[in-house]
Ligand binder design. Structure first.
Ligand SMILES: [Zn+2]
Ligand SMILES: [Zn+2]
Length: 276
């Protein structure tokens, strides 16, 4: 394996709630979970339902050291954590990071509140892995491993959410979800994170036609994504956080329309791998 490899694997690309059924076969139904491989290092962004499979695959590969970095703690971004097998394995080292509730709740408190009765059968102290909790504040620059730089900023989402710009070996990946745009305005925080990025993963939950009924829900559209992509002079745009009702055919259709406006667009699907 090339030691400078910068590989993105989508384990979950759906927003809000996992879905299953014949109309969701091609894009998949797991919620947000993105594995990022930087050389020998593994980072996992968000613990949506896709995390369960990611944990099994990474364990099978013999990976024993993980950083799991949350954008925020809405259910669709944390629901996989109790089913992430490595946290129960004493040979694993897992560090959990968050910054969206800085000054309000620590990462340890977020996990402790979520993984406990009556919401879950057991408390986090059943976890046998070496668990580390890391807290940061939006705007901080993180260096979780040697050579990896992660810039952070706040996205426009109820309860807060962190957008990430991950820099490794001269390449850039930006994760921009969950976020709501204001009509006609390109968010300076988002532009700062995506500028010149090789790949931007963007919140395309809604369409512009749907937006008027969805103000305040904290999500964006593919139409806004392609505008940001052009303004930020990025390489590729991944449509992400598909609405739970969105069928494979509908996502295909949006991908086609978006490609006409920004040629480097694709709709992300569960299991997809992109090398930067
Ligand atoms: Zn979400
Ligand atoms: Zn959310």
């Amino acid at each position: 394996m090339n030691n400078d490899v910068f590989r993105v694997k989508f384990w979950g690309t759906r927003g809000s709630i996992p879905v299953s059924g014949s109309e969701f076969q091609r894009y998949g139904g797991n919620t947000s979970c993105i594995e990022v491989r930087c050389g020998e290092h593994r980072l996992i962004f968000d613990a949506g339902s896709g995390l369960r499979q990611a944990g099994d695959a990474l364990s099978a590969e013999g990976i024993t050291d993980f950083d799991v970095i949350f954008t925020h703690s809405h259910y669709d971004h944390i629901i996989g954590l109790p089913y992430f097998a490595p946290i129960y394995n004493p040979t694993m080292n897992v560090r959990l990071w968050s910054g969206h509730l800085a000054g309000i709740m620590t990462t340890r408190e977020i996990v402790k509140q979520f993984m406990r009765p009556p919401w879950f059968p057991v408390e986090p102290d059943i976890c046998k892995a070496c668990l580390g909790f890391r807290d940061f504040t939006s705007g901080d620059v993180l260096s979780p491993r040697e050579g990896i730089t992660i810039r952070t900023d706040s996205l426009n989402h109820p309860g807060g959410c962190i957008g990430y710009r991950i820099e490794w070996a001269g390449k850039v990946l930006a994760l921009i979800y969950d976020t709501e745009h204001e009509a006609g305005i390109l968010d300076p925080a988002v532009l700062g994170l995506i500028e010149g990025a090789d790949l931007v993963v963007y919140d395309c939950t809604y369409t512009e036609d749907e937006m008027p009924r969805r103000f305040g829900y904290g999500h964006s559209t593919w139409q806004h994504g392609v505008k940001l992509a052009a303004a930020g002079k990025i390489g590729q745009l991944a449509l992400f956080h598909h609405a739970p009702s969105r069928t494979d055919d509908e996502i295909d259709h949006f991908e086609k329309l978006a490609k006409k406006r920004f040629a480097g667009t694709f709709a992300a699907r569960d299991g997809q791998i992109i090398d930067l």
